[in-house]
Design a protein around this ligand. Structure first.
Ligand code: SF4
Ligand code: SF4
Length: 244
């Protein structure tokens, strides 16, 4: 599909408007090839009131990157419905308040670079103009910054930036294919959070780390804190970085 990338700054006007009156309504939820991040999975399984295992089994497909060996989780598209997202309805997204970061951002793409010295993150944005999307050229008067605020995407971006840090560390320190237990642990701790919790509390997975009781009590109920710990655990397992 032909597409055009238009670089933008935070203060630039979007020249784009999406609403349910557009003839392309829901077209962006078809013909999917959409990877989900750990935080996307966390929010979606909470929204649907499902365990991570049930959500992943029902709505997603897993494969491993052929070169990186990293798990890639994608929506399982519905072939009988134009390969549509399994969560789209004629009225729109059924999980709108917890939709993934890429759905919030579309048609805006975001990339980041992180200073190795200070850890400071610089963001870059571009509009991806695709033929099926008819929202382009319509003026809604919003800057990129205002659009992002309206999409309520900050928490997703912050969580996803932590994943990007792990991936860039892996590319730097362990280039090549992640195999066996390392790939399994990556999937367990970042995507299958309820199974990770079960391993911690029922099989003493983290017993060697002597985690304080306060942290254990928090992660018993708090998925976001558990995901943060999962990222730290993976950094420890793969790169030897101490869990603090
Ligand atoms: S999660 Fe919602 S917005 Fe995203 S592709 Fe599915 S239906 Fe569309
Ligand atoms: S295709 Fe574009 S304009 Fe149409 S509903 Fe999706 S994002 Fe909005």
């Amino acid at each position: 599909m032909a597409e055009e990338m238009i670089p933008l700054n935070l203060q630039d006007l979007m020249k784009f408007d999406c609403n349910s009156e557009n003839e392309c309504f829901n077209e962006c939820c078809r013909d999917l090839n959409q990877a989900l991040t750990p935080y996307d999975v966390l929010r979606l399984k909470q929204c649907l009131g499902m365990s991570s295992q049930d959500f992943l089994r029902t709505y997603t497909a897993l494969h491993y990157g052929p070169k990186s060996g990293l798990p890639v989780i994608e929506f399982k598209p519905n072939p009988g419905m134009g390969y549509a997202c399994p969560l789209v309805t004629p009225q729109g997204c059924s999980v709108y308040k917890d939709r993934p970061a890429s759905c919030r951002m579309y048609p805006l793409a975001r990339a980041i670079s992180r200073s190795r010295k200070t850890g400071e993150i610089t963001q870059y944005f571009a509009l991806i103009e695709e033929p099926h999307c008819k929202g382009f050229g319509r003026q809604n008067g919003q800057t990129v910054e205002e659009w992002l605020k309206g999409q309520n995407v900050d928490k997703h971006n912050q969580a996803n930036d932590k994943l990007m840090e792990v991936i860039s560390l892996k590319n730097r320190i362990m280039p090549g294919k992640l195999e066996g237990m390392s790939a399994d642990n990556f999937y367990l701790a970042l995507y299958d959070l309820d199974a990770f919790r079960e391993q911690i509390f029922e099989n003493a997975l983290l017993k060697d780390f002597n985690l304080p009781d306060a942290i254990l009590e928090t992660i018993r109920k708090d998925d976001e804190a558990l995901l943060d710990l999962g990222i730290k655990w993976i950094k420890n397992r793969l790169f030897g970085i101490e869990i603090t």
